[in-house]
Design a binder for this molecule. Sequence first.
Ligand SMILES: Cc1cc2nc3c(=O)[nH]c(=O)nc-3n(C[C@H](O)[C@H](O)[C@H](O)COP(=O)(O)OP(=O)(O)OC[C@H]3O[C@@H](n4cnc5c(N)ncnc54)[C@H](O)[C@@H]3O)c2cc1C
Length: 408
Amino acid sequence: MQNETMKKPETKNFIVKLKNALENQRPYLDQCSQKEVFPWEAVKALIPLGAWGMIYPKEYNGLGLSHYEYVQALEEFGRVDPSLALTAESHNSLCGHTILQFGSEELRAKYLPLLAKGTMGAWALTEAEAGSDAKSIRTTAQLKDNHWILNGSKTFTTQGSVAGVYVIFAVTALPNGEKGISAFAAEPGPGIEIGKKEIKMGLRASDTAQLYLNNLKLPQENLIGAPNQGFSIAMKILDAGRVAISGVALGVTRGALEWTINKIKNKKQETRSLRTRWAGKDNPGLKAEQKIIAHLTARLHAARLVALHAARLFDQKKRYAFYGCLAKLLSGELAMQATTQLLDLIGEEGGRIDCHAAKLFRDSKLYEIGEGTSEVQALVISRYLFSNPELLLKPPNLYDFNEVGGNK
Ligand SMILES: Cc1cc2nc3c(=O)[nH]c(=O)nc-3n(C[C@H](O)[C@H](O)[C@H](O)COP(=O)(O)OP(=O)(O)OC[C@H]3O[C@@H](n4cnc5c(N)ncnc54)[C@H](O)[C@@H]3O)c2cc1C
């Protein structure tokens, strides 16, 4: 019997083709980061491969990848360009995945094929006064004459100024007075004004913008899921998003390691040397760079195993959220640590604005922030542990673990 997450030949081809296509785009992507422009040419180049519909089923023009495969594809994105990787992840996992998992058949049929063809998707939850505490959003949606009228503002929306499809969260009140958050699908047009484009320290080729919603009028059918279920929808989407974004952060670490190893190999003179006590005439000892690279590689492999384990559990519809938080915490912090240590290793060159290692260092920070900061991951992980201490144990069967561990 074929394991559902076993790599199918066509997926292997997809990942190889994706890797080559991304490599071809590398010079252009580096330029986009330098000039701070959205990489439309790379987006277009990846349309024929199916990169904009990686996790949508084939009936919506998607590739129908499992999350096990998708996490590996995102690692390839992260390895080449952390900005385009965030675009791919947020477009697929946040915007499209919300419509796929919770939208009506009409919304799925309308928007998923568009997204798969490279119309960019954005997901707007965060507001100036509501980041980690997403329940505090203030944007409102009122039902009037069979239409929802949205008012408020969103901040730090990835693809905010380039999207053709938006998923927007707003506070709704039911006729019985019950209040909650609901999710809506929207398109650019009257009622959505693009505000300030953020000038960021890193991820400069990823578009991030504020949105102003001024009497945005949406047909009643644009509600995603049931009214007042939006908070639960957002949390479930973020649970899966954490597994996906771990793949990106792992790719950033791998890309940084590859770059540094090449750099060291090509360097004639020895870099800083940290010899251990056992170093002798016949034993040259351990150099600082070897020690750093070996430790980071060990942690890369460990974090990847956790991320792929979470992805397998997701694919098997088993409880995965605990492992998704572990993967996000490990991989986000690892990307930051790896790029910091590797920047130290290469010395003064790292202080230049055009140094690739410096770019990766700046790009990495987001992976400790977006889709739940490291502190929020730690909070959620500890909550799971205090109610299920057995989560400290090795899962009874890595591929068959459904007793405890969070949301399906
Ligand atoms: C480049 C970028 C792209 C983004 N893209 C999107 C997007 O597409 N869509 C979207 O909706 N949002 C997006 N965001 C927003 C992102 O999700 C938030 O920045 C994130 O959720 C943190 O919220 P905050 O920045 O308001 O920080 P806050 O929530 O104000 O947190 C500030 C600090 O306090 C800590 N903290 C908060 N609560 C606790 C707690 N209970 N216990 C301990 N520590 C705590 C945090 O870890 C952090 O260190 C993006 C952000 C960035 C930087």
